[in-house]
Design a binder for this molecule. Structure first.
Ligand code: CO
Length: 447
């Protein structure tokens, strides 16, 4: 082949290449319907407390008129720090960048602090991540569950939180949920006079203690919780799915004993039996019984959930989605869990904003290995601020089917409920943080 022919060949290959490139660009333009790529113009934090809990909602505005999105970054006990992480670090890092590359943006934010996997930074990233999914959905004119592949179930079965100051009233509360159509009920009762988790209104006899702070004794809680579950199964019948939250408050050995003791009562799951520091004890629980276990409310890091899932030491993973960094990482966690036969039960109480609840229920309807969803009602003020909250019917939660998360935030209404609104006691005093709880001898407990 002579030199001229070689040059000709190179020229025609270059022409082919550029034609191919133009075709690819054409296809990309059609994929986003010819819309120019949105760029991040501004990032704002909406700090509001309409439901008695400090919420962090991140709003990302793009350079395209009317194209914006909302994400949940709620870590209510340290909300001011999340908000500063968004405003002081992620905003300058992201303004001017493309709003259409969610995975890329997530990885860039995650790595830009060098030290990572902490609750403050993960929540800040979640706010951004979910706002970008909202923008993508609004741009496509589709709810996020469609972008994620579409529903594989119609709605998410939820559990309600039944509680009472004594066993009869707790069982009464459970019956009310069942009469509303709930097939899953979590039963909780505190120890009278103690700062127990998940039940209000207990009479407060004097609990002898060597200090004046709120008291908790895990042995007393153990006896009451076991009795409550026995009575609930006896009185509510075999069909209702009973759940119980151990709230990471027991010693490892107590946790093994309680989870084992309730096995004959066939709970749907026992929630968070061990504190994150003690997760190696899940092996002992597994060796002792087949009671279903849910874990993960306090998890922030892949180093926490990965061994529990891959060693099949739990049955349900129940991370607070924004604590893990948002919708993007939690989709991956769900996919990993599916392979190992672990189902999902995302954390869903009042310290998740309605945007976050939409992210939860979106995961619930698109992930095959959904287990159950924790439900907490949206009060009137929450619905005044957040238009389009997911809807509960007969114990099932339905996602909004408007584009993105389908939620509009009334920012004027949000401003009516600044942080501190309706707060009393320690939370008012400690800027939304919690106070201390001690054992009778004065030892601080893990809350
Ligand atoms: Co819990």
């Amino acid at each position: 082949m002579n030199r001229r022919n070689v040059l000709k060949l190179i020229a025609s290959a270059a022409a082919l290449d550029s034609a191919r490139q133009m075709r690819a660009q054409d296809q990309a333009a059609r994929a986003v319907r010819g819309l120019p790529v949105p760029k991040i113009r501004d990032i704002q934090v909406i700090a509001t407390e309409p439901g008695g809990v400090r919420l962090t909602v991140v709003k990302i505005l793009t350079d395209q008129d009317g194209l914006y999105g909302y994400g949940c970054g709620t870590f209510t006990q340290r909300a001011d720090l999340v908000n500063a992480a968004v405003e002081r670090y992620l905003k300058p890092f992201l303004v001017g960048k493309r709003a259409d590359r969610i995975e890329d943006t997530w990885q860039a934010c995650y790595n830009s602090s060098y030290w990572r996997n902490g609750p403050v930074l993960n929540n800040a990233i979640s706010g951004v991540d979910q706002a970008l999914w909202d923008i993508k959905g609004r741009q496509a004119g589709m709810p996020v569950y469609e972008l994620a592949g579409g529903k594989c179930r119609e709605a998410a079965a939820c559990y309600g939180h039944a509680s009472g100051p004594d066993i009869p009233r707790c069982i009464e509360s459970a019956r009310r949920y069942m009469s509303q159509g709930f097939r899953h009920v979590r039963v909780q009762m505190g120890v009278p006079g103690m700062a127990s988790y998940g039940s209000g209104g207990a009479a407060a006899p004097h609990v002898p203690a060597l200090h004046d702070d709120p008291v908790f004794d895990s042995a007393a809680q153990f006896r009451i919780s076991l009795k409550l579950l026995e009575e609930a199964r006896k009185q509510l019948g075999d069909e209702v799915e009973l759940l119980h939250d151990m709230h990471e408050r027991y010693t490892p050995n107590q946790a093994v004993q309680l989870v084992k003791a309730v096995e004959p009562l066939r709970p749907f799951f026992m929630e968070d039996p061990l504190s994150p520091e003690d997760i190696a004890y899940f092996r002992q629980i597994r060796q002792n019984c087949a009671t279903p276990i849910a874990m993960g409310e306090l998890f922030n890091s892949p180093h926490e959930w990965t061994p529990l899932i891959t060693e099949r030491l739990i049955d349900y993973i129940r991370i607070h989605v924004s604590q893990a960094g948002g919708f993007t990482p939690c989709r991956k966690i769900a996919a990993m869990a599916e392979i190992f036969g672990v189902r999902t039960a995302w954390h869903g109480p009042g310290d998740v904003s309605p945007i976050g609840h939409m992210a939860n229920v979106t995961l619930d309807v698109v992930c095959y290995n959904f287990g159950v969803q924790e439900y907490s009602p949206f009060n009137e003020r929450l619905q005044e601020v957040f238009h389009g909250c997911p809807v509960l019917k007969d114990g099932y939660l339905y996602p909004n089917d408007a584009p993105g998360w389908g939620i509009e935030v009334d920012e004027k209404a949000a401003a009516k409920y600044p942080y501190g609104f309706g707060e009393r006691g320690d939370r008012a005093k400690y800027n939304g943080g919690w106070g201390v709880i001690r054992r009778p001898d004065g030892t601080v407990i893990k809350q």
